[in-house]
Design a protein around this ligand. Structure first.
Ligand code: SF4
Length: 240
C-alpha cells in the first residue's frame, strides 16, 4: 500500500491525531465503545445500554465481583486517550484503532530495522463524488474561515462583486481577519451563501450549483477533505 495520498504517522503522531479527532467532533459514543476493548483491554467492559440510560464501564468477572459504574462519552474519550498515551499499543493494534477512527485503509509500517514504527493511512478521496446537494454550503459554519490567499486572489482578479461581501477587521491599517458572507457595505451576515444557486426544476432538479465555483474560497475547495470529515458533517459524497 503506497500512494501519493498516503501518510505515515509515528506512534506518537497517531495518538495526537486520534486526540485531535476526539476533540474536533462531538463525543463519538459508538466509536468509543468499539475502541474500548482494543485500548482498555479485555478485562474492562464498556456497554451502551439505552434502557439504563447510557454508558457503563465495568471490570470483567463474575457478576458478584464486577465493579460497574456509569461513565459519560466525554469521560470515556479521555480515558481512551490517556490510556493510549500511557501505554501505546503495538503497531498492528494501533493500525486497527486508526482504521476505526479515521475510516480509511491502514497498515502497520516502519517495522524494519532502523525505521520508526507507526501506521500508514490511505487518505485519498477515491470514491468521492459530489452529489451537489448543497448541504455543506447551507448548513456548515465557515464564516470565519476565509484566508488571506482567497482575499488576495479576488483582489488580483478584480472580483469586486465577491469582495463587497467580505467584511474585514483591520488593526493598525492591516487586515487581521475576514468574515463571509455579509450584505454589501455592512457587517450583517447573510443567512445563506449568496453564490449558491438553488436547483432549477427544469434543467437540474437535484443540483445546487456554486456560481463562483472556479474561484470559491479554499475552505469550500477542500471540503470535505476526508471520509471521516464527510461522515461527521453530513456530506453524502463518499456513500456508495
Ligand atoms: S455536502 Fe458533500 S455532496 Fe453535498 S454539495 Fe457538499 S460536498 Fe457535495
Amino acid at each position: 500500500m503506497e500512494g501519493k495520498d498516503d501518510i505515515f504517522l509515528s506512534m506518537e503522531e497517531a495518538i495526537s491525531a486520534i486526540r485531535m479527532d476526539f476533540c474536533q467532533y462531538p463525543p463519538q459514543t459508538d466509536l468509543f465503545v468499539d475502541l474500548s476493548p482494543l485500548i482498555l483491554g479485555p478485562h474492562i467492559r464498556v456497554v451502551n445500554e439505552s434502557r439504563y440510560n447510557g454508558l457503563w464501564i465495568s471490570t470483567a468477572g463474575c457478576k458478584h465481583t464486577r465493579k460497574r459504574r456509569k461513565i459519560t462519552a466525554v469521560e470515556l474519550g479521555w480515558l481512551l486517550i490517556d490510556t493510549l498515551a500511557a501505554s501505546p499499543p503495538p503497531p498492528e493494534l494501533m493500525t486497527e484503532i486508526c482504521r476505526l477512527t479515521f475510516l480509511v485503509p491502514a497498515e502497520p509500517s516502519g517495522n524494519g530495522a532502523g525505521s520508526e514504527a507507526g501506521v500508514r493511512l490511505q487518505m485519498g478521496a477515491e470514491g468521492f463524488r459530489c452529489r451537489h446537494c448543497g448541504r455543506c454550503c447551507r448548513e456548515l459554519n465557515y464564516r470565519n474561515e476565509l484566508i488571506p490567499d482567497d482575499y488576495n486572489r479576488w483582489q488580483a482578479l478584480g472580483r469586486a462583486d465577491i469582495l463587497e461581501r467580505v467584511a474585514t477587521i483591520t488593526r493598525g491599517g492591516r487586515i487581521v481577519s475576514y468574515a463571509i458572507w455579509v450584505e454589501p457595505g455592512t457587517r450583517r451576515f447573510l443567512e445563506t451563501c449568496p453564490w449558491l444557486m438553488a436547483p432549477d426544476p427544469k434543467s437540474r432538479p437535484d443540483r445546487f450549483v456554486c456560481s463562483i465555483h472556479d474561484v470559491k474560497p479554499e475552505i469550500c475547495q477542500q471540503y470535505p477533505g476526508t471520509r471521516k470529515h464527510a461522515r461527521m458533517t453530513g456530506c453524502p459524497g463518499f456513500d456508495r
